[in-house]
Design a binder for this molecule. Structure first.
Ligand code: SF4
Ligand code: SF4
Length: 566
């Protein structure tokens, strides 16, 4: 082992930035301006937001050895020696934050900050995993070349020519008039009904009431639209989602508020789009025709095959609702052929069987999630940890199978972007370099409005008194920093997680329900996120250039389709 070399700051490019410690001790939350303003914030404002964690001594002559983390920002890997004009000089070698994935003996390297993944020689991968780095350890020439070849050396890693999509992503980071300013709201979910004609066993909204009850008045619904438009800043498009309970229990107000929103947004020079989450049991021919005519994008709650669905989602009188749901969905499908379904899994449900049941019922796009714990008062009994662990393992197997299916579709050039929209949105990170700074727009670009006019950061928080942000007439924004500052780079658990720009930090409601802290994710969730992301990295690296170009083209097309929607 060589002795500690003399480091010549400023002579070599390979050194710890002098503000390393200043960045390390920054409080995680500084000000709301740092926050992302939307669901997919493409801005790269936190290039090394996880903060450098190397010791200042590492950059100075004779400095003490650093405590070197294995994840999070750059790490000092060792020293490098060069001879310049007859003098032997030493500098520290800092490596970019990275993560190694191993699958079936093949190894892949993710560079976290630039979202780039490449195959890497297993020998180098093993060495990176086992190396005990220290500023005093001399890095041999051959290894130095290999590190450079992998573009891992800190100040050499970002010299990659941007792909057209990466360039586009960077451009999107620039302010533009379609993006709401921080604090502006571009989307609201209106609770038309806090009551339901079903009595789902797991309803986190207490049988659809969310601690409140009844139907929203037309006056409140109109006021919600006025509030949205008044708070939408320079956003040229706004979105109104209808939710409940079952929103179609309040059809007259739905019709009134859609007409009102179109009229008011047109007067403001904005486009408005609509969506509805429904159990579809009340969708007859007339309702289906109305939803189609107004292009209110539907999402149907359906829990899979009849035997599972009827057990979990009976009518209030105990009858199964599967037949009514699939009949209503069939009517909607005439105008919305890709009609999506969302299923909640509980009581040991098998996700593969649930998916098959949904596909047999005609749903081409399905989103499956584990049923959430209930946070409202009088909640059901807490979950059994062993059952939850088993359910998470089943979901992980399902998601990994989905990723494998995604890559088969890519290789056969039969990729249906809508069918694989969830997995594809993660793959976009590798394909375009687009980072995910937050899972959603909770408390940023979105709000929910309850039947009584109460404002909440998103639909899941409705009924939770501590999350309430006043009413339409007396909105309180002081709690917003909890959301605005919570970009993934700032969250205590996430800021050093290699998967952060794929994950976004998870759902705040789920975090709160599972760990008691909306900024602290559940370890089971994290394990699932990382495993699926590793599969995506391995699959991406195995594609040839044509396959990668095909993926980029499909992502660009999906983005164009999305842009064309109001
Ligand atoms: S939620 Fe978990 S997996 Fe996601 S970024 Fe945070 S720590 Fe990583
Ligand atoms: S906090 Fe959770 S439920 Fe709310 S919008 Fe975000 S992901 Fe959805």
């Amino acid at each position: 082992m060589p002795t500690q070399p003399a480091v010549q700051p400023g002579v070599l490019a390979l050194h710890v930035p002098p503000d390393a410690v200043a960045r390390e001790v920054e409080p995680p939350f500084r000000n709301a301006d740092e926050a992302s303003a939307g669901v997919h914030d493409k801005a790269e404002r936190h290039q090394d937001g996880a903060g450098h964690q190397a010791s200042p001594g590492a950059a100075t002559e004779g400095g003490a050895a650093a405590v070197i983390p294995r994840t999070g920002a750059e790490t000092i890997f060792g020293s490098y020696e060069i001879t310049l004009e007859g003098r032997v000089l030493h500098g520290n070698v800092a490596l970019k934050e990275h993560h190694i994935v191993e699958r079936d003996g093949d190894c892949f390297l993710l560079r976290v900050a630039d979202m780039a993944a490449t195959p890497v020689a297993p020998a180098l991968a093993r060495l990176l995993a086992s190396w005990s780095p220290s500023p005093g350890t001399l890095v041999p020439d051959g290894l130095m070349q290999a590190l450079r070849g992998a573009r891992l050396v800190a100040e050499e890693a970002s010299h990659e020519a941007p792909t057209p999509l990466k360039a586009a992503a960077a451009k999107d980071a620039e302010p533009n008039e379609d993006q709401p300013a921080p604090g502006a709201v571009a989307s609201i979910t209106i609770f038309l009904a806090q009551s339901c004609n079903l009595a789902c066993s797991y309803c986190y909204g207490q049988a659809g009431t969310y601690g409140g009850s009844g139907l929203m008045s037309a006056g409140t619904a109109r006021a919600a639209v006025d509030w949205l438009l008044a708070n939408s800043g320079s956003a040229s498009k706004v979105h109104v989602g209808f939710f409940g309970g079952e929103p179609l229990l309040n059809l007259p107000v739905l019709k009134e508020v859609v007409a009102y929103a179109k009229e008011r947004s047109a007067a403001c020079g904005k486009e408005v789009g609509f969506g509805i989450t429904t159990n579809a049991t009340l969708v007859d021919e007339q309702v289906a025709a109305y939803i189609a005519a107004e292009r209110i994008e539907p999402l149907v709650s359906c829990d899979g095959p009849a035997e599972v669905h009827d057990r979990q989602r009976p009518f209030a009188d105990g009858r199964g609702s599967h037949a009514a749901v699939t009949a209503g969905a069939a009517r909607l499908r005439e105008a919305f052929p890709g009609l999506p379904a969302r299923a909640a899994l509980c009581d040991g449900a098998d996700p593969f069987a649930v998916r098959r049941g949904l596909e047999e019922a005609g749903f081409a796009r399905c989103s499956l999630t584990l049923a959430s714990p209930v946070l409202l008062e009088d909640a059901a009994a807490p979950e059994d940890p062993a059952a939850r662990e088993a359910a998470t393992a089943r979901m992980l197997a399902y998601r990994r199978a989905e990723v494998a299916e995604l890559f088969r579709a890519i290789v056969s050039r039969t990729l249906d972007s809508e069918r694989f929209s969830e997995a594809l949105s993660r793959l976009a990170g590798l394909a375009t370099g687009e980072k995910r700074h937050a899972t959603c727009g909770v408390g940023r670009g979105m709000r929910a409005v309850a039947v009584d006019g109460g404002i909440y950061p998103c639909h899941r928080f409705v009924g939770l008194e501590e999350a309430r942000m006043g009413e339409l007439g007396s909105y309180r924004s002081e709690g917003l920093n909890d959301y605005h500052r919570a970009a993934v780079e700032n969250l205590p658990e996430c800021r050093t997680c290699w998967a952060r720009y794929f994950c976004g930090g998870g759902c705040f409601y789920e975090n709160l329900a599972r760990t008691g802290d909306m900024h602290r994710p559940d370890p089971l969730f994290c394990a699932e996120q990382r495993a699926v992301t590793e599969d995506l990295i391995a699959g991406w690296c195995a594609l040839d250039e044509e396959g990668k170009a095909y993926v980029r083209e499909r992502i660009a097309q999906a983005d164009r389709d999305l842009d064309q929607r109001p």
